[in-house]
Design a protein around this ligand. Structure first.
Ligand SMILES: [Fe+2]
Ligand SMILES: [Fe+2]
Length: 138
């Protein structure tokens, strides 16, 4: 399973962990539908969940950005730029690729999202975690 939550992803902020866990849940739902071997066409369902994942990600990013700004996190702008680039990339993939060669492209996109989210949490989200820990805020 590529969207598997691990304790190592924790940011030590319950609301943020909750949101990350929810992202992993939506991601694994997407993955299991995209890999289902029941012979049915799941295109609409996949697009629906992909859209849900995108919307929830946008919401989560907003929450994180407000949170970072409230705590005067010095890496705020750089972090916000990472979020923005990811959303642009998703929109781009969504618009041009998922039409032919459906299952291969869908799995590539899911893998891209899973890898991005995991790396982002471990590298970028954990940077504000380190800052907040250092400041004694969490
Ligand atoms: Fe995050
Ligand atoms: Fe983030």
């Amino acid at each position: 399973m590529i969207f598997k939550w691990k304790e190592a992803f924790s940011c030590s902020i319950p609301e943020i962990d909750k949101q990350h866990i929810k992202l992993f849940e939506i991601g694994s739902e997407l993955y299991s539908i995209a890999t289902s071997k029941d012979g049915l066409d799941h295109y609409d369902e996949i697009m629906g969940i992909l859209n849900e994942l995108k919307n929830y990600t946008v919401e989560h990013f907003k929450y994180e950005e407000i949170f970072m700004a409230e705590h005067n996190y010095p890496g705020f702008l750089e972090h916000k730029r990472e979020h923005k680039n990811f959303i642009s990339k998703i929109l781009e993939l969504e618009n041009k690729e998922i039409d032919d060669n459906q299952s291969k492209v869908t799995l590539d996109i899911i893998e891209f999202i899973a890898t991005w989210i995991q790396n982002h949490i471990l590298k970028n989200d954990h940077k504000y975690k380190a800052y907040l820990l250092d400041k004694g805020i969490i």
